[in-house]
Ligand binder design. Sequence first.
Ligand SMILES: C[S@@+](CC[C@H](N)C(=O)[O-])C[C@H]1O[C@@H](n2cnc3c(N)ncnc32)[C@H](O)[C@@H]1O
Length: 374
Amino acid sequence: MATPAPTSPPKSESPKVASPKSESSKVASPKSASASPPPPGADVTVHDNVTTTMHPVIEAETYTESAYSESEVGSYTTSLSSSVMHYRFENGRRYHSQSVTDSNYFLPNDELENDRLDLNHHVMGLMQGGKLHGAPLDNPQRILDLGTGTGIWAIEMADQYPGAHVVGNDLSPIQPRWVPPNLTFEVDDVEKEWTHKPCSFDFIYCRYMLGSIKDWPQLIRRAFTTVKPGGYVEILEPDSTLRCDDGTLLEDSALVQWNKLFISAADANGTSVIGSPNYKDYFRDAGFTEITQEVFKLPNSPWPKDPHMKEIGGYHMATFMEGLEGLSLFFFTTFHHMSVSEINVLLANVRKEMKNKAIHTYFNLYRYIGRKPE
Ligand SMILES: C[S@@+](CC[C@H](N)C(=O)[O-])C[C@H]1O[C@@H](n2cnc3c(N)ncnc32)[C@H](O)[C@@H]1O
């Protein structure tokens, strides 16, 4: 059952702020729900009613020094404000209250994590050409943001569409108090029965819920029921498998060790962090049409030669470095029975490798857009 977020949380201000080849046919001009045309060099295919765009390979810059300096790392970190509330504390981090849900959501909800979410929002903006969404919205009246986090996307959507009412829900009421009048935040668990009426939103959005959701087909079916005929549902989720196209990520590296532990812990929690390549099937099974799947390459450090991709990699490195502890603590202590000091040793090695300019890793970031038939 959704409950309105408290109206007076303490301290809070608005946040400032190649690839697998498809077996299917290539097309010159895809029928796409996405507002943005595919970039030059993109690989576009259509298979079973789903248009897939693979963004082009990234060329690495050649460096004279071997590691990113502290100031280079720091220059990508922005100081962003966030709210503070008292919840469950473990290993020095704050987590959502178990009274809201029995969900085993693994990430903290403290200031450090919220700053990271706001920084990640910036990365997502850079990745998507400054746009908040890919769906071709036309005068939307009602917009729902699932797992809104700090609410930064919902706030910007409310500003961009003053004629719409935006609702953001989350397990934690960590969103700012002063928000645009056309925005409401609710405390809710999206894995429980939805209280919103069927066909009541023009647009439903969901971003970075990896590791949170046990039943993605159910979530996508509920979104289908809740969106209006002709409306859109958009999901933006990474596949957390660390990737590398030039052999610079070694199998015995701390990065690979960390990645395996992360993926297997999420599996043990029942909330996969590598399931996003499958969501196109869930969209199709739910009844959506005009489904698009786009695969962006998200560099994990500023290794690309291209200045835009370098900037994305720099900011993403900052979010990754800042997020590592939060991403690992609950998962690794709970499912791998590691001590905090063991985790810290591993993370120190991971950070060192992240700063190594000779290692060129990235994640695949999946963007799905589906339209409910009229
Ligand atoms: C990684 S954050 C992403 C936040 C936001 N979507 C963004 O992209 O900035 C995931 C958010 O989902 C929320 N969350 C996790 N499980 C949830 C659930 N079952 N119901 C509602 N929110 C949930 C968490 O509290 C957290 O704020």
